[in-house]
Ligand binder design. Structure first.
Ligand SMILES: [Zn+2]
Length: 360
């Protein structure tokens, strides 16, 4: 059904670009012009294959995704209609583990924001990253004691933690439990970065005593004043996942943080109407495997791909002529783990970091 829908969209697009195609067909196929966010944004279910991330956090996709259940004993998923509670099984397992550890630390439970679309890829709205199943947003608002209705989860506002003028944390709202939650998230070896508003980074720099080594992973970034963003490294079985450059070894509280409290990062965008990367990205811009990820069969249902602990098994719904994902470097996938270990450290490989501006 999804394939049919996609073909439908494809033919609409083809019609829309018909004139263009007539003139440019000889140069490049019209299909290359499909906007990746439309295709990935329409996916309702993951690719039911072994878990694998392709490309980079802000330019890629993933297969073998699983969903975190809408409710758990220590979490609730927010904005459920967005269908962004999908991730690499290692990511989902880690979010669940964080929720349990956080409760043990005295945080009432997690409100979970966007993780990824079922097959990742660029999104129709928001987020430059979250494309390969290894990013998750966690609200800085503690979970209420009662389950929120689905309607409430769509409309409830998160707590703004930072003064938008001074870029400093609102002291009346910040608690030591917030600090403990971020420290816990940073404590996991597979977590490489945690993105927070510069005001939150400064608050931690100014107040954390004793062990400050974890501050290295806490990275200031625009936004992230209602939620923090937890990013894990490329997982085993994903040879074509591009690692992000390692964070510097120091706590990041010096000069780089001071820059955020100058005028420069907050100057108005000179070209606010310029299209964002996600509006321009076509399938030709993504790793070539992402076409196969789009075309791969899905599971029989959402429930069949919902993570309930242990080793999730992605089982494809019966479908004729199911295309298989392209083979990657033989040695890279030969040892694909039957069980994803959420606690495997990832190698730190230097790859240039894209520097998106606000609004992404
Ligand atoms: Zn995020």
């Amino acid at each position: 059904m999804e394939t049919a829908m996609r073909l439908g969209k494809r033919s609409q697009l083809a019609a829309a670009f018909g004139l263009l195609a007539l003139t440019s067909l000889a140069v490049r196929p019209a299909m290359a012009e499909e906007r990746a966010k439309d295709l990935f944004g329409a996916m309702k279910l993951p690719a039911a294959t072994a878990p694998q991330s392709f490309g980079f956090y802000s330019k890629g996709c993933f297969a073998g995704g699983v969903a975190i259940p809408m409710d758990g004993p220590t979490w609730q998923v927010m904005r459920p209609s967005r269908n962004r509670r999908w991730g690499h099984p290692a990511m989902i397992a880690l979010v669940e583990k964080l929720s349990r550890d956080a409760v043990a630390d005295g945080w009432p439970g997690l409100l979970i924001g966007d993780i990824a679309q079922p097959r990742g890829g660029p999104m129709l709205t928001g987020h430059a990253s979250h494309q390969i199943g290894l990013d998750a947003d966690i609200w800085l608002t503690p979970m209420p004691g009662r389950p929120l209705s689905m309607a409430r989860r769509e409309t409830m506002s998160a707590t703004l933690m930072v003064d938008e003028k001074t870029h400093l944390v609102k002291d009346a709202r910040w608690t030591s439990a917030h600090t403990r939650l971020l420290k816990r998230a940073a404590s996991y070896p597979e977590v490489e970065r945690i993105l927070v508003n510069p005001g939150i980074k400064k608050k931690l720099c100014d107040t954390v005593r004793g062990d400050r080594s974890w501050l290295r992973k806490i990275r200031p970034f625009w936004g992230h004043d209602y939620h923090f963003h937890m990013r894990i490294g490329c997982q085993p079985g994903s040879p074509n996942c591009k690692a992000q450059e390692a964070t510097p070894a120091d706590d990041g509280c010096g000069k780089p943080l001071a820059w955020w409290f100058t005028q420069e990062p907050w100057r108005p965008n000179k070209n606010p109407d310029a299209p964002k990367a996600r509006d321009l990205m076509t399938m030709a811009n993504l790793p070539r495997e992402c076409r196969a990820v789009l075309d791969a069969p899905g599971p029989a249902s959402v429930e069949a791909a919902t993570y309930h602990g242990g080793a999730p098994v992605a089982v494809a719904a019966p479908e004729p002529e199911a295309p298989s994902l392209p083979a990657t470097a033989a040695s890279g996938t030969a040892g694909l783990p039957g069980m994803v270990n959420a606690f495997t450290a990832t190698p730190e490989i230097g790859v240039p970091v894209p520097r998106p501006r606000p609004g992404n």
